[in-house]
Each structure stands twice: as structure tokens, then as C-alpha cells.
Design a protein around this ligand. Structure first.
Ligand code: URA
Length: 246
């Protein structure tokens, strides 16, 4: 590593530590022993989707995933397909114990075909890292797989049309715990009339899987100076960690 790279990596470390401090993190979770972690990630690979991947699917689940991803990529079940660059199925470890569910792809996600890669995504990545995981150890998906125009909130008919995809993803992954990010994901999973402020921080349940509702990272980005909101999110994530360790 040369001097410039060293300075850059120190700057990155400083930024991360400052973020952890803002979150109210009193400790850094040490990386768990590999054995305790989920199986290695088999991220959704656009090459695999396009059929140019030379290996054959390793299991029935592998074939099922391929079918599912192909369906999502070519879906025309609601009008959102007309405005997409590409659908964003989700990515990460298909045997993850921890799954994050967001709302819908934004501009960056639509362009890259990957969930949570814009500003909110960078924040989510930091939260995941603060929990002691990397992005490819968890699974990240959205309720809606295509970008709504101008990032508007998805309409109920769009959520309904897209719902089989997330339902199947959850069925295939069977995570130990799901974190629902924001109102759309929380409404989808918990079907509660309560507000986010009332729901966050308390486990609900979706098909027997504990669901922790928390604020959407975009809300944190919009309220950047508000450390209380970040702290609340970190409190929620600590509960998730506790459950994962139990
Ligand atoms: N917001 C979401 O809900 N999902 C993304 O993938 C990006 C931003």
C-alpha cells in the first residue's frame, strides 16, 4: 500500500468510526467465526441471468432462483416495467440468516441493477458493517423490483403485482430475521395500521419469521443531522443482533 492509499484508507476508517459514534455504537462487533456465519454468498450475477455462466445450477434451489430471477427481469405485471432500465431483483447470500427488505429501486439501483447502491444504500451498507457483516453475507431485496417514476411511493396495485417475487425470495431464503426498512416494506410484511414510529423497535412476525421494522435509510439521509434517529435505528439493530445470537 502506498502513502496515498494509506491516507485514503485511514480517511475511510475515520468516516466509519464517526458514523458508528453517531449511531451510538459503544462497541465494534468483531467478525464472527466463519463457522457461525451463513453459507458463502452466491450473489445474483447478471451474467448468470443472461445464461452466459458456464456452471450448471448446483441444486434444485439454484434452478428455482434462476427461474425466479429470470421472471423478475422480464416481468411486465405492472406498468413500472415501461420506465425501468432494468429490474432489481435483490442480491446477497441466498442462505442468509439476516435479510433486509426495502421499498423499491431508485435511480442508481435502476441503472446498476443492484439494490441499495445510492446514498441510502451507502448508509445501509455502513449499518450492515456496523453489525459485523458484509453486504454479501446478508440478503438485500425490495418489495418492488422496478423503479417507480421520480421515486414516488409504489401504488397498492404495483405492490400486489410484484408481491409474488418477494414472497418467493423469503420462502427460499427462510432467514432467521428480517429487517423491514421503512413504511412500504413494513406494511407489506406486518400489515399493521400503526405508524412507523409506533412499530419500529418491536419485533413483529411474517410467516413465523421475526421482523424488525426500522426507519428507512433515506429517512436518515434526509435527516442527516439528527443523531436521535440514527441511534434509534442502531437500537433496533442491536435487538436483531441479540436475536441472531440467541
Ligand atoms: N431505496 C429502497 O427502498 N431500495 C433501494 O434499493 C434503494 C433505495
Amino acid at each position: 500500500m502506498n502513502e496515498k492509499e494509506r491516507v485514503e484508507s485511514l480517511n475511510q476508517l475515520q468516516a466509519r468510526l464517526e458514523f458508528f459514534r453517531d449511531l451510538g455504537v459503544e462497541f465494534l462487533v468483531s467478525p464472527r467465526k466463519k463457522a457461525e456465519k451463513s453459507q458463502p454468498a452466491e450473489a445474483e450475477n447478471p451474467l448468470l441471468i443472461a445464461g452466459s455462466f458456464s456452471g450448471s445450477p448446483a441444486s434444485a434451489d439454484g434452478e428455482e432462483w434462476e427461474r425466479l430471477i429470470r421472471k423478475i427481469m422480464s416481468c411486465q405485471a405492472c406498468p413500472l416495467f415501461k420506465g425501468r432500465t432494468q429490474a432489481v431483483p435483490g442480491e446477497g447470500n441466498r442462505q442468509a440468516r439476516l435479510m433486509f427488505v426495502g421499498e423499491a429501486p431508485g435511480r442508481d439501483e435502476d441503472l446498476q441493477g443492484r439494490p441499495f447502491v445510492g446514498r441510502a444504500g451507502q448508509l445501509l451498507t455502513k449499518i450492515i458493517q456496523a453489525m459485523g457483516f458484509s453486504r454479501d453475507e446478508v440478503y438485500i431485496a425490495n418489495v418492488i423490483k422496478c423503479r417507480p417514476p421520480d421515486n414516488r411511493t409504489p401504488r397498492p396495485d404495483e405492490v400486489k403485482a410484484c408481491s409474488p417475487y418477494l414472497l418467493r425470495q423469503i420462502e427460499l431464503i427462510r432467514p432467521r430475521v428480517i429487517v423491514s426498512l421503512g413504511k412500504v416494506a413494513t406494511d407489506f410484511l406486518l400489515q399493521s395500521p400503526k405508524s412507523m414510529s409506533e412499530l419500529r423497535g418491536n419485533f413483529g412476525e411474517f410467516q413465523g419469521i421475526p421482523v424488525m421494522p426500522t426507519f428507512h435509510p433515506s429517512y436518515l439521509v434526509r435527516n442527516e443531522g439528527n443523531k436521535e434517529i440514527k441511534k434509534m435505528v442502531w437500537e433496533d439493530m442491536k435487538k436483531v443482533l441479540k436475536l441472531l445470537e440467541s
